[in-house]
Design a protein. Structure first.
Lengths: 265, 334
């Protein structure tokens, strides 16, 4: 059996995330009720695992950390074809930075027990640090390739992958077990099927608390985070806009004149 | 020696033996931080045949360069690079470690940070010291700026995009120490960079372009994107983009402007069909003149530019291209 662990994150729907703003007076976050969805790049991670399952005799475990509602995105992954779901769910996990998140997920992966590859999206749409995948690798002492855009060879013990680089790519050879973070160029994620949703009803999601992982509370969440937010400040634009109005032709003519005045034509 | 503050480190990067501009920019900022802290700037520089280049890091402001120069280090090799930097950091205990948000930096930085069990702030747009001389790394979020600090653990680590800080003037008379590094013997070789392939970038490079046209989700489809690209071509401008344009597959990640892309300062910026998302705008705030075209009069982009036009970019841009061509023809005939 070839064992794959896919790490997924529930994020505020990126389409509505712009509604989360800082109150310039209280400097606290004004959260409208933005629904949680699966992080877009994690869909590419799940898809990579599902494609491997079609080639190899593979077993897919999905692991997430978050509030109870995050269970829904784990369920979604089960409906897509993953075999088992795990959710690290405990108020003590809250407020984690990338390091504390990677630490908790690494402990979860150890508890799942068998893993030949761990696949993560390259970054999350809300945190955008890109650190969790490689930090999991470092903490579990596994090699990692970030920003994988093509899996060239996927043998049971050795992979060859192409990873994005400035104006090109690097071809990497990796001994398994290993961690891979993937870009959207890797594949096109499939959509949910009705039969998948029916099958997922029978699949269980295992929830683990901090004590289930056997780690002290000081090692996870806000307490286990080396970095903290010290300040929130509002930014103000220094520019004053002049709107160019009129018919389309008038607007174009005025803009061309402005460009000429700026000296760029 | 107990009370000597740790030094400020920069992980310098080279491609084909040429030091990247972001590395010089970070040395410049490291110098300012180190002067304020009363400590030194030290660079770690790995590659092959780079002894001459190492002197340039001293000319830019480094006091010490830890130099690993050998054939095994020519290409970025994750396990060797990580092990060398981690070993050195454990021995020398820097206070701060800065790494460029390049493809290499974005993989290497978290590998080093996790091994050192310390904090790493991603893609900062400013670095300052607070009243306790703790590093404040600023990142844009939620319509404002967050200051991230790493109060207890060391080093305080951050990645920084190219273009955030200016390149310092090189002073060839500056002196410093170059300390050669050996490659440790016992590094696991589970991963190997077999090959690096550079594909020729087309168009004008963003970093040096006097004019930049950037497109966003408002392009609508590949055809709409093609019109924005044509506008850039007509103006001999570099073509930049926002995250949604990359997500749609219209534009390459390398052309993304913003916090996790490139920070640029052209004479003129024209933003087409983009909403003024802060993560993009922080990459372009230093442009001299900024223009935005968006079909939503309420778009936040209009609070951040000099000239705004409310129109459907898919219809506006082709007319604009025609008029610019007419203007050019008139210039030639006059």
């Amino acid at each position: 059996m070839f064992n794959i662990v896919v790490c997924v994150k529930a994020v505020p729907d990126p389409k509505e995330a712009c509604n989360i703003k800082i109150d310039p007076h209280t400097k606290t976050l004004l959260r409208c009720d933005v629904p949680l969805v699966i992080n877009p790049l994690d869909k590419n991670a799940i898809e990579a695992a599902l494609q491997l399952k079609e080639q190899l005799d593979a077993h897919i475990s999905v692991l997430s950390m978050g509030p109870p509602e995050a269970g829904n995105i784990v369920k979604e992954c089960l409906a897509l074809g993953a075999d088992q779901g795990f959710l690290l769910c405990d108020p003590a996990f809250g407020g984690a930075d990338a390091y504390a998140t990677a630490f908790s997920l690494a402990k979860g992966i150890e508890k799942i027990g068998s893993y030949d590859v761990v696949v993560c999206g390259m970054a999350s749409s809300d945190g955008s640090t890109e650190w969790v995948g490689p930090e999991i690798a470092a903490l579990l002492n596994m090699p990692v390739v970030t920003m994988v855009r093509e899996i060239v060879e996927s043998d049971r013990d050795r992979w060859k992958v192409k990873a994005s680089l400035e104006n090109g790519y690097r071809l990497m050879q990796v001994k398994l077990p290993a961690v891979f973070t993937v870009t959207r160029d890797l594949n096109t994620p499939r959509t949910l099927s009705f039969s998948g949703i029916i099958k997922a009803r029978k699949k269980e999601i295992t929830q683990w608390t901090v004590s289930d992982l056997g780690v002290p509370e000081e090692a996870v969440g806000l307490k286990g985070s080396p970095t903290i937010v010290s300040q929130l400040s509002a930014t103000e634009s220094k520019r004053e806009v002049e709107m160019i109005a009129g018919t389309r032709d008038e607007k174009v003519a005025q803009l061309v004149q402005k460009l000429a005045d700026v000296g760029v034509l | 020696m107990e009370n000597t503050p740790g030094s400020v480190w920069v992980i310098a990067e080279q491609i084909d033996c040429q030091i990247l501009s972001v590395s010089f920019q970070l040395i410049g900022q490291a110098r300012k931080l180190a002067d304020a802290l009363g400590t030194s700037v030290e660079a770690v520089f790995l590659g092959d045949h780079i002894e001459e280049q190492a002197r340039l890091l001293i000319a830019a402001g480094a006091d010490k360069v830890y130099l690993g120069s050998s054939a095994e280090l020519e290409l970025y090799q994750p396990e060797i690079y990580t092990a060398m930097i981690v070993d050195l950091a454990q021995a020398r205990k820097p206070a701060i470690m800065l790494i460029g948000s390049t493809f290499m930096g974005r993989e290497l930085a978290p590998l080093v940070a996790a091994r050192l069990q310390t904090g790493l702030t991603a893609h900062c747009i400013d670095l300052v010291l607070d009243e306790n001389k703790i590093l404040e790394a600023k990142i844009p979020a939620y319509g404002g700026l967050l200051s991230i600090i790493c109060p207890q653990r060391r080093p305080q680590m951050a990645t920084i995009a190219q273009g955030v800080f200016p390149i310092p003037e090189l002073d060839e008379t500056r002196t410093g120490e170059i300390i050669p590094l050996d490659i440790p013997a016992d590094i696991p070789q589970r991963i190997e960079t077999l090959e690096v392939v550079r594909e020729a970038a087309d168009g004008v490079p963003l970093e040096s372009a006097p004019v930049i046209v950037a497109g966003g989700a408002g392009a609508g489809d590949p055809e709409g994107w093609g019109r924005i690209a044509e506008l850039a071509q007509t103006l001999k401008a570099a073509l930049g983009c926002t995250r949604p344009a990359v997500d749609e597959g219209w534009a390459e990640l390398e052309t993304m402007i913003g916090q996790s892309g490139k920070v640029v300062s052209p004479e003129l910026y024209i933003g087409v069909g983009l909403s003024g998302e802060q993560q993009h705008m922080v990459g372009i705030t230093n442009a001299r003149v900024m223009v935005a075209i968006n079909n939503d009069a309420k778009s936040p982009v209009f609070e951040q530019v000099d000239y705004g036009i409310v129109d459907d970019c898919r219809e506006f841009v082709p007319v604009l291209i025609e008029k610019i061509k007419e203007y050019y023809e008139k210039q030639v005939t006059c």
